[in-house]
Design a protein around this ligand. Structure first.
Ligand SMILES: Cc1cc2nc3c(=O)[nH]c(=O)nc-3n(C[C@H](O)[C@H](O)[C@H](O)COP(=O)(O)O)c2cc1C
Length: 145
């Protein structure tokens, strides 16, 4: 049976969305069944109950934090389901060295998820090498048991 992988993202101007599309391409290349959706379209409880592989994307907001109106509450509701899940995270930023992804990683890891790949960041709209790394992230998470 093929793996089910959820790629859920928040993106204000399309930068993280482009990363998410590439992550989904990488995950699909393993034969996985992939859900690609903006965070506003999905229910955290349903995602937590249905998917063992969950990849989240969010751009940097505020002072180096994830977006707080949609992604933050989604994650808070998802956390009780994260024990034993295989996860990956990514996102676009303007100037960060990755602080928002590192604190997000720590939170999700503390909730019980394991991460086969490091958090992945891009600056602005992802360039070709960044999109390649996104594909690799999707593939790596999808093929991890
Ligand atoms: C209100 C606001 C806050 C931001 N805060 C940060 C930040 O703390 N660090 C950073 O590197 N970029 C920050 N940015 C830049 C965005 O993360 C960047 O433009 C990103 O590419 C947007 O991606 P998206 O289109 O996927 O949302 C901020 C942008 C806005 C509008």
């Amino acid at each position: 049976m093929s793996e089910k992988v959820a790629v859920i993202y928040y993106s204000a101007t399309g930068n993280t969305e482009a990363m998410a599309e590439a992550v989904a391409v990488g995950a699909k290349s393993t034969g996985a069944e992939v859900l690609l959706a903006p965070v506003s379209d999905v229910d955290p409880v349903e995602i937590g109950n249905t998917y063992h592989h969950i990849i989240l994307g969010c751009s940097a907001w505020g002072v180096e934090v994830i977006e707080e109106a949609q992604m933050k509450p989604f994650c808070n509701k998802l956390k009780p389901y994260l024990k034993g899940k295989i996860m990956g995270i990514f996102g676009s930023c303007g100037w960060s060295r990755g602080a928002w992804l590192n604190s997000w990683y720590n939170e999700l890891h503390f909730a019980g998820a394991s991460f086969p790949a490091q958090p992945l960041l891009a600056y602005g709209y992802p360039d070709e090498p960044s999109l390649k790394k996104c594909e690799e992230l999707g593939k790596k998470v999808a093929e991890t048991k």
